[in-house]
Ligand binder design. Structure first.
Ligand code: PRP
Ligand code: MN
Ligand code: MG
Length: 179
């Protein structure tokens, strides 16, 4: 299906994102200060920029791993059927784990991923999401750290796509259709 024309209006500046990421990383460093190693799990693809910035501000021994889950495909609505397309490389049994997500919308993606990871019995598992849309939540997810609560807008940039586009935008913007 061809994409209707749209523009992207700025919602959160890259400067504001950087300041918030730094603050989150300090809180995470403090919360996990006794860990021997923190396994930071990024959910692909949306979290790739956030996790890159976040881990560089975390002052702990860190292992970086990725898991790919997809529910939106190229559409604007959650399919509510979360598919695991790529599993973690490493073991998380008995480890301290931080799951890093770009955005929590309905909550289905994160809920599904956390259920799978829990079966592997990490010692401790917490969630950090850059963006949160509380008005859209359909299922409860325990996210200890949230960067920004945002209104119900379709957002792109800083890793987040609309039909695989706009992930490379350095700030967070909202999609506005022009016709
Ligand atoms: C998006 C986003 C989150 C999820 C949030 O991923 O990156 O992972 O949807 O939506 P939910 O809370 O309603 O489940 P998407 O499925 O588009 O895959 P992507 O990260 O590869 O873009
Ligand atoms: Mn995603
Ligand atoms: Mg997507």
């Amino acid at each position: 299906m061809p994409q209707a024309p749209y523009v992207v209006d700025k919602l959160i500046s890259s400067k504001a994102i950087a300041a918030r990421v730094e603050a989150l990383a300090h809180e995470i460093t403090d919360a996990f200060k006794d860990t021997d190693k923190l396994v930071v799990v990024g959910l692909l693809r949306g979290s790739f920029i956030f996790i890159a910035d976040l881990v560089r501000e975390i002052d702990l021994p860190v292992e970086v791993d990725f898991l790919e889950a997809s529910s939106y495909g190229d559409g604007m609505e959650s399919s509510r059927e979360v598919r695991i397309l790529k599993d973690l490389r490493g073991e998380i049994h008995g480890r301290d784990v931080l799951v890093v997500e770009d955005i929590i919308d309905t909550g289905h993606t994160l809920k599904h991923v956390l259920e799978i990871l829990e079966t592997r019995h990490p010692r401790r598992m917490e969630v950090c999401a850059l963006l949160n849309k509380p008005s859209r939540r359909e299922t409860d997810v325990p996210a200890r750290w949230i960067g920004f609560d945002i209104p119900d807008e379709f957002v792109v940039g800083y890793g987040i796509d609309y039909a695989q586009r706009n992930r490379n935008l350095p700030h967070i913007g909202k999609v506005r259709f022009t016709e």
